[in-house]
Design a protein around this ligand. Structure first.
Ligand SMILES: Nc1ncnc2c1ncn2[C@@H]1O[C@H](COP(=O)(O)OP(=O)(O)OP(=O)(O)O)[C@@H](O)[C@H]1O
Ligand SMILES: [Mg+2]
Length: 365
């Protein structure tokens, strides 16, 4: 297959030297079973390349299982990866296959590998090296034939230095590293990407593709694209959805691009990104959680004060915690259940008959 054919097949747009070199290496390593580490900023196409690696391998017909190590709670990551035996922890009511087994004879794609806790990293390294692992709570090893691809947007070298990532696992993974440069380092790809997304949105909406004015083009060429291809794609999609003319001009994009990120880029100076898209997302979620908590506290206050009003008005009974009341209710329920047969009721209550008689009188039942 040619480089162009490969790009066509896996939807990889780009004519820059960076992309061509990357595709070349991808095609070479895809065929072997060697583990591959894909490294690049958010939105650069790590997942696209992971799919291409699998799709061009001998394993293409077998499953590609993607696991986002950052999205699974730490506490259950190991059982998700390796599976667990029935009864190995509370809630493990069935023996369950993990992603390793599901990926057997195929490829396991470990996305956001830097988010994996150290203890799990140890087990992962062993599994990669021996192709065997233990299920959580299991005693016998399970063997699998899996090819590993890992991806990260963090510099693992730094993670290793700050002891968040195991050096041995890092060395194991980095043997083949595919580095996907950010879009601002391969601006030659921008025009084709713009054309590609304009065409694909037009096809989706059954309209002729929008044309794009020179000033819009300049703007997009000089912007720093901190969110990379994902940001470019979203930006074109939004601009076309909101456009009232059959062409897109700079005005259609200005509000969509982060103001502080294009003048610097056009001067070709290094751009300091204030916030990565992930940090921005995280901050957004925290804020939403905070608001939610505030709402819940307010609701709680409203409900408490309403309940007090109703009690004061005599519309509801205040909660009664006395043992006597509870006992009277229990006796009543038991009597009803026993169809007023005192022997049966006493049995249900675990009370002797004599006591029951006395209580019936006492509570005036
Ligand atoms: N070379 C490319 N040609 C065409 N589309 C691309 C290319 N690279 C990425 N894309 C598109 O950009 C979007 C982001 O790509 P992808 O999900 O692979 O990025 P990522 O590096 O995995 O990002 P993240 O780190 O946020 O998970 C996807 O919609 C993908 O289809
Ligand atoms: Mg991804």
């Amino acid at each position: 297959m040619t480089i162009e054919g490969f790009q066509q097949k896996f939807g990889i747009i780009g004519k820059s030297k960076e992309i061509k070199d990357l595709v070349d290496i991808t095609m070479q390593v895809a065929q072997s079973d060697i583990s591959v580490l894909i490294y690049g900023e958010s939105g650069t196409g790590k997942e696209v390349f992971a799919r291409a690696l699998h799709g061009y391998s001998q394993r293409a017909e077998n499953p590609l299982i993607s696991v986002n190590c950052g999205a699974i709670p730490e506490g259950i990551l190991e059982s998700e990866l390796f599976g667990h035996k029935k009864g190995s922890f509370t809630g493990a009511s069935e023996t369950r296959k993990g992603y390793f087994e599901m990926a057997d004879s195929g490829t396991l794609f470990l996305d956001e590998i830097a988010e994996m806790p150290i203890t799990t990293q140890v087990k992962l390294l062993r599994a990669i090296e021996t192709k065997e692992f233990l299920k959580v709570g299991g005693e016998s090893v399970t063997r699998v034939d899996v090819r590993f691809i890992a991806a990260t947007n963090k510099d693992l070298q730094i993670e290793v230095e700050s002891k968040r990532f195991r050096e041995d696992l890092y060395f194991r993974l980095k043997a083949v590293t595919l580095y996907i440069p950010p879009l601002r380092k391969r601006r030659a790809d921008i025009p084709e990407l713009i054309r590609h997304f304009l065409k694909s949105f037009a096809e989706q909406n059954n309209t002729p593709p929008f044309s794009i004015t020179d000033d819009a083009y300049d703007l997009l060429m000089n912007y720093s694209w901190p969110g990379n291809i994902r940001e470019l794609k979203n930006c074109i999609e939004t601009a076309t959805a909101l456009a009232r003319t059959p062409y897109l001009s700079a005005a259609n994009f200005e509000n969509l691009l982060r103001q502080d990120n294009y003048s610097a880029a056009s001067r070709n100076t290094p751009v300091l990104l204030r916030k990565s898209p992930e940090d921005a997302d995280r901050e957004f979620i925290y804020r939403a959680l905070f608001e939610l908590k505030k709402d819940i506290l307010e609701l709680k206050d409203i409900i408490t004060s309403k309940l007090q009003d109703l009690e004061t008005a005599g519309l509801i009974r205040p909660p009664d915690f006395s043992i006597a009341t509870a006992e009277k209710e229990a006796i009543l329920r038991a009597m009803q259940k026993a169809k007023w047969n005192k022997h049966k009721a006493a049995e249900l209550l675990g009370m002797n008959l004599r006591t029951l008689y006395r209580k019936l009188e006492e509570y005036d039942i």
